[in-house]
Design a protein. Structure first.
Length: 373
């Protein structure tokens, strides 16, 4: 194998694929990236057995071939090479070394057999549809903060995606995430080819890696799904992932329908007030209390160590007085998703879930569980 690649293009590709590789591996080959040089370019593949990323980069291929090399070490070497350098990767047909040369720099890296590198079987990806990079970015950004981090409830460690019918019998693509304390639901018109997705759970790591790639992509993304796998095809990158094998809970039961107390306020000024008052709340509970009277909202927090804080803001509220407590961090996470100027809260009482929405955009809905304060 012998290829010459431009340093910046190689660095960008290695930056993508090496992030899939776990720092601690009990299986040595999983610490490596598979480099395959063919006439039409060079591909780099990394996997952790659940997620596989393959990216092609243009290069001058002098001799086709394949090698595996330590992913993080290779990335660090290329990162430290000068901008605009030419990088040559070469290996003899028999040896177990990869030679990297650039200018006067020369590195020899140990390789593991190419045949040991695991290939992820795609299976029958029967659902295929196209999303714009902007739509996929919105789906992830509006829901990912609510994914659970608890490994015991593994079926909540991702985003649940399915198609359903909305009001007016219109087909919608819906994404949902919840950790039991808050829930995020986003819907948009379903692509024509995506009308029969029963429901898949994209794992947290897959969501994070795909989201990173979206910052560098402007075109459409091809999504292919089966009962056990998902594949995202970008311009030069293909991400294939196993899905979470579990049943997502019936989230519709969590979304209240009878919340009759409606509050509207300026999202940014409210968020700033929550952030200020929460400075006093204890690090463990992060509790903040909202006291509502006619057109007035009083925020308060207290802790035995730090003291107490209150702040009053003007709001639009005409219901009966109510006091309700929330985790300030969860509240701020939801407020960060509000892109318009106004936020709308629909409440029932101090013990029931509250619905939060952007006043100017009904596509996203958030549910926040209250807490005792």
């Amino acid at each position: 194998m012998k290829v010459v690649l431009e340093r910046n293009a190689l660095l960008k590709t290695l930056g993508h694929v090496q992030s899939v590789v776990e720092r601690r591996n009990t299986i040595p080959i999983l610490a490596n990236v598979l480099i395959r040089a063919e006439k039409n370019g060079v591909s780099f593949t990394a996997t952790d057995m659940d997620l596989e990323m393959n990216e092609k980069v243009a290069g001058d291929v002098g001799k086709p071939g394949a090698r595996t090399a330590p992913a993080h070490t290779l990335y660090d070497i290329v990162r430290k090479l000068p901008d605009g350098a030419q990088v040559e990767l070469s290996a003899s047909e028999t040896g177990n070394q990869l030679t990297l040369s650039s200018g006067r720099s020369n590195f020899k890296l140990g390789c593991l057999p190419v045949d040991d590198f695991p290939q992820m079987a795609e299976g029958d990806l029967q659902h295929r549809f196209t999303l714009s990079s902007g739509d996929l970015k919105t789906i992830i950004d509006k829901t990912k903060f609510a994914m659970s981090m608890e490994e015991t409830r593994y079926y909540l460690n991702g985003i649940f995606i399915h198609t359903t019918k909305s009001k007016g019998d219109v087909g919608v693509l819906r994404a949902v995430a919840t950790d039991g304390h808050r829930l995020a639901r986003l819907e948009m018109p379903a692509p024509r080819e995506a009308n029969a997705i029963a429901g898949v759970i994209l794992p947290r790591k897959t969501v994070q890696e795909v989201r990173k790639l979206l910052d560098e992509v402007s075109g459409d993304i091809t999504v292919a799904l089966s009962a056990s796998k998902a594949r995202f095809s970008f311009e030069h990158v293909v991400v294939t992932s196993k899905l979470i094998d579990g049943t997502f809970p019936d989230y519709e039961r969590v979304i209240p329908t009878g919340n009759d107390k409606s509050l509207e306020l300026d999202a940014k000024s409210f968020s700033a007030a929550v952030d200020r008052v929460a400075t006093i709340s204890s690090e463990k509970s992060r509790a903040i209390k909202l006291s509502l009277a006619k057109n007035t909202l009083t925020l308060s927090a207290s802790s035995p160590e730090a003291g107490s804080a209150t702040e009053e803001i003007e709001v639009s509220y005409k219901g009966e007085s109510i006091e309700i407590g929330f985790n300030a961090r969860y509240l701020l996470d939801i407020l960060a998703q509000i892109e318009g100027s106004g936020a709308k809260f629909n409440m029932a009482d101090a013990a029931s879930p509250t619905i939060v929405q952007d006043s100017s955009d009904a596509s996203a809905l958030y549910v926040l569980m209250p807490m005792r304060v």
